[in-house]
Design a protein around this ligand. Sequence first.
Ligand code: PAF
Length: 289
Amino acid sequence: MNIANSVDELRAVVAGWRRAGETISFVPTMGNLHDGHITLLLKARELATRSVVSIFVNPIQFGRGEDYAKYPSTLESDKQKLQAAGLDLLFAPDLNELYPGGIEEDTRVTVPGLSSILCGQYRPGHFSGVATVVTKLLMNVQPDLALFGDKDYQQVMVIKQMVHDLLMPVKILGQPIVREADGLAMSSRNSYLNAAERALAPQIFQAMNRAREKTLLQNTSLIAIETAGMAELASAGFRPEYFSIRRAQDLSAPQVGDTTLQLLVAAWLGPARLIDNLRIELPEPLKIA
Ligand code: PAF
């Protein structure tokens, strides 16, 4: 496995591959890798002849008071996992490498609309931070395709919109959520949970499944289902931010006649802000929104 810590080293390896006619797949991460990341890498390896993973904890996607300073760094064990999974190139730059002019006055990439709803409402500036760093990474890795986990469903939509609008020559692929045996979506932030919180955490997945069942019955309004989901999570000990059923294709409010919905949830449990989502395919078009 090659390791590049600078943009120049990264470009040199990628240029060599391009000259040799290789294809390149890319998985951007913030490290503290779990099986969800490794599943993305294994898929990436299937889809191209060379694979790149980046590890960079991007300060500008964290709000004031969020967990940037304590975000877990596990670089040595991450490297071992990547090596074992057959990665070709790890890009692990430091802050100065990606933000040579500092982070305050740096150019920002913003995807309007999608960035200000759901997580964007509770984390102002977050998606602009994500779009900016992903732009820097895509421009330098120059992959044919980049893979992202669907746990961050809204993030995948923001990145797809950005790539479309900026005419970036890369294919963005969202990949299925990888779950623990009890249903909890894998996330680096699950490590913030103590034993009691960890035991409670799968209730998000359970509440989402109950909401999906109710939605499929088509005898309750979506707003009533959302309100019940919020109440369930709150009474179980979470601090839910949203429990929201949207159109899957653009996250707008569902309309009568829709068939493909996405339920999205964000809820705090102790020190961890957990997010999750579930597809709802209606066999009959939606009767009441
Ligand atoms: O999903 C993540 O880990 C991050 O948001 C990403 C895409 C690596 C950008 O920092």
